[in-house]
Design a protein around this ligand. Structure first.
Ligand code: FAD
Ligand code: NAP
Length: 522
């Protein structure tokens, strides 16, 4: 309950011995930084997926740990609590709004199953947003309680380095706090990028930092960008009945299997999302009635066009939060091209006792579970007996577009590039989920493919699943693939009938055979 959480928060807090110093000008430069004399064994900068996991694990191992987290409001003024991107402006509100959209589809299905649903059905953004935001706030609170329970000291301050062992944090009130530690982990994540040189972009555009916290419906929305964030947001906005356009300058879902990503797009298009391919926005103007006039350019023809929208959402990638950390001063190297922190396999930066994990670290997938696992393993290496490294191979993931796309391992393109066309075998199927039949849903894009080595027993290199509950389906198979499953073993796995997952263990048709991969019958 809230009361119990409040008590938990009040209790252990006082037991900590920590130093807060109101800094007079000259003290700022004071170099502490003598090994073994620090306030903490571990200081984590950033209370998101990776940082919290690392801090909690280190505390479990008996170390004295502090976490600093501070949310700089978005340019539109949106702000939120502890827990980082995933909890507040990422996975969690996104999946809940995706669920809201899926429910709309199920209400459409319902009458086929005998439910009498009054028409027309209406969606209330305010109600959804409030419920989602309340859940997120409960998670913020839960994170604070967990830190208290594990005796991790939490500071709501914006940190930057003043020397290799010391960080200075500034609170909202302007009060400064000095914290020093033997080991410092940077887990500051990233923030949405705004385009430069587009008139009105910053003034009138919003990003994923704002969309989940809007009190009113965003209305008609175009969103430049075609990766996970853009397609997922466009998917749920279309799903709850909003007129949604995705403006894309190049290919969708770069880095994912391109056949799968074409099917994702095809499905979205057939369910009402509009796409402006090969276009880039050039100007946004606010009209007297408050609507936004967007001008864009077709990259091939050079032709300009305009449209009127209620909201413009930028989903053009993210910028790592390294600019305000004073990294240069302490010698932590970043890649100047993308501003990410350069790390080795042990997450060590160019300074031996400073580490970086999660979205801010170069070359890591921008996913919550990888940040969490990396954080835990780092704490275990630092303070436990472990030398285990994070393994970034076969990381499963799901794009929560209206028809979900789950994958693990190599795309077909990657498999061909690594092993050569001649050495891979791709098994595939177009299938119809049973629940689509009675509901008379179109299953044209429900498709699975498994990419294997051709030589027996045909090691599975990658699995790609497009259909309902793709995340749930993919997770289990990810274990098999991680354990080195072969096609032969998958074929000897008994299916669960009737499910969509069983279609994976029934994949008999290879692409090479040229046979029709459409599943018929039971
Ligand atoms: P973050 O979670 O971003 O945490 C960093 C924290 O550090 C933030 O709270 C930040 O405010 C704070 N901070 C930054 N600078 C400072 C400073 N100087 N001082 C103090 N604090 C600071 N991943 C999935 O696995 N599944 C999904 O479905 C998914 N959906 C997503 C949807 C969207 C819209 C977005 C944007 C991302 C999504 N992701 C998803 C990615 C996932 O959210 C991130 O990979 C994950 O949150 C990264 O964790 P992190 O610990 O690296 O950083
Ligand atoms: P992203 O993957 O970096 O994609 C950015 C997109 O914006 C690309 O399509 C890019 O096009 C386009 N773009 C960039 N600059 C542009 C400009 N100036 N004008 C028009 N288009 C522009 O970023 P993201 O979608 O924000 O996702 C960030 C990360 O979060 C992802 O890497 C992902 O791992 C993670 N995430 C995960 C999930 C999930 O697991 N379900 C969901 C959401 C996010 P080009 O291809 O032409 O460069």
């Amino acid at each position: 309950t809230m009361a119990a959480m409040a008590a938990a928060l009040r209790g252990p807090g006082r037991r900590f011995r920590w130093r807060t110093q109101a800094l007079a000008g000259g003290v700022r430069g004071a170099a502490r930084g003598v090994a073994g004399q620090q306030d903490y064994d571990l200081l984590v900068i950033g209370g998101g997926s990776g940082g919290l996991a690392c801090a909690k694990e280190a505390a479990q191992l008996g170390r004295k740990v502090a976490v600093v987290d501070y949310v700089e409001p978005s340019p539109q003024g949106t702000k939120w609590g502890l827990g980082g991107t995933c909890v507040n402006v990422g996975c969690i509100p996104k999946k809940l709004m995706h669920q809201a959209a899926l429910l709309g589809g199920m209400i459409q299905d319902a009458h086929h199953y005998g439910w009498e649903v009054a028409q027309p059905i209406r969606h209330d953004w305010r109600k959804m947003a409030e419920a989602v935001q309340n859940h997120v706030k409960s998670l913020n609170w839960g994170h604070r309680v967990q830190l208290q329970d594990r005796k991790v000291k939490y500071f709501n301050i914006k940190a930057s380095f003043i020397n290799k062992h010391t960080v200075c944090g500034i609170a909202k009130s302007g009060k400064e706090t000095l914290l020093s530690a033997d080991h410092i982990v940077i887990a500051t994540g990233g923030r949405p990028r705004y385009p430069t040189h587009i008139e009105g972009a910053l003034e009138y555009g919003i990003t994923s930092d704002d969309i989940f916290w809007l009190k009113e419906s965003p209305g008609k929305t175009p969103r430049p960008g075609t990766q996970d964030v853009a397609l997922e947001c466009a998917g749920f906005l279309t799903g709850i009945g909003l007129d949604t356009t995705v403006m894309m300058r190049s290919i969708p879902l770069r880095g994912f299997d391109q056949q799968m990503s074409s099917l994702v797009m095809e499905h979205m298009e057939s369910h009402g999302t509009q796409f402006l391919r090969g276009c880039i926005p050039t100007c946004i103007k606010k009209l007297p009635d408050g609507q936004l006039q967007v001008t864009w350019e077709d990259r091939t023809s050079g032709k300009k066009d305009t449209g009127i929208f209620d909201t413009v959402l930028w989903a053009i990638g993210r910028i790592p939060e390294t600019r305000n950390l004073n990294l240069k001063e302490v010698g932590v190297n970043i890649n100047p091209e993308n501003q990410k922190i350069i790390v080795d396999a042990q997450d060590i930066t160019s300074v031996p006792h400073i580490y970086a994990i999660g979205d801010v670290a170069e070359g890591r997938p921008e996913l919550t579970p990888t940040a969490i696992m990396a954080g835990k393993l780092l704490a275990q290496r630092l303070f436990g007996q472990s030398s285990d490294l994070m393994d970034y191979n076969n990381v499963p993931t799901t794009v929560f577009t209206p028809l979900e796309y789950g994958c693990v391992g190599l795309s077909e393109e990657e498999a061909v590039a690594h092993h050569g066309q001649e050495h891979i075998e791709v098994y595939h199927a177009y299938y119809k989920p049973l629940e689509f039949t009675v509901a008379e849903r179109d299953a044209s894009q429900c498709y699975i493919k498994m990419v294997c080595l051709r030589e027996p027993p045909q090691l599975v290199l990658g699995l790609h699943f497009l259909g309902p509950n793709a995340g749930e389906v993919t997770q289990g198979f990810a274990l098999g693939i991680k354990c080195g499953a072969s096609y032969a073993q998958v074929m000897r796995t008994v299916g669960i009938h009737p499910t969509c997952s069983e279609e994976v263990v029934k994949l008999r048709i290879s692409k090479r055979s040229g046979l029709d991969p459409t599943v018929t019958g039971c």
